[in-house]
Design a protein around this ligand. Sequence first.
Ligand code: ADP
Ligand code: MG
Ligand code: MG
Length: 213
Amino acid sequence: NSQSAAAIVFLALKAASKVINEMSEELGRLDAIAGDGDHGIGMQRGITAAVAAAKEARVARTGVGTLLKAAGDAWSDRAGGTSGALWGIILHNLGDALGDKITPDASAVAVGIASALRDVINRGKAQLGDKTLVDVLHPFSAALTTTASQGLSIVDSWAIATDIANEAAQATKNLRPRIGRARPHAEQSLGTPDPGAISLALIIRAIEKTLNH
Ligand code: ADP
Ligand code: MG
Ligand code: MG
């Protein structure tokens, strides 16, 4: 692909925003089962702000790292909610790891996602199995690290990790929430996947489609 990393990431954010807008009601419905029902609205608000900030970064011709950090900061400022703060952390960490000068390769992306996972856990204190987006981010990060170390391209590495992220998101339906707003309603939540896990997997899939174009 001949486009700059910043251009590709901007397209990926727009694709992510499209799928979140399409799925907003469903994400709200999932969150209403054991949470407060605002996950679709919160994700829409956050990603819309992120795309607007990324657009400004494109006009200013910043590198990919600066673009991602601006997008993440706008997301957490505007989204509200637990997931908004965590999404800000994810994009900001990825931006820090990629930086502006390099042409990112699969291992730079893997390092960025691993750093995002670390910070999300530091901030939110969720463990694996607590029924949060960590249950997707953790296996996704592990798959990126493994495939990058095998020398796969970003496109191939992301594609393999995307399938793993989707399976992990679906598998959260078997978990009981042990943290966050859904915890007091653990039994109602059984049989339904975690909304934050599902939205993360949707965004990962939208990015995969962008990378394949
Ligand atoms: P809120 O719970 O503040 O209303 P959202 O509804 O936007 O925020 O997001 C809920 C999602 O956030 C959950 O489905 C879960 O995936 C994620 N989440 C909640 N608490 C945590 C946490 N401590 N660590 C990681 N993810 C969390
Ligand atoms: Mg909520
Ligand atoms: Mg809320």
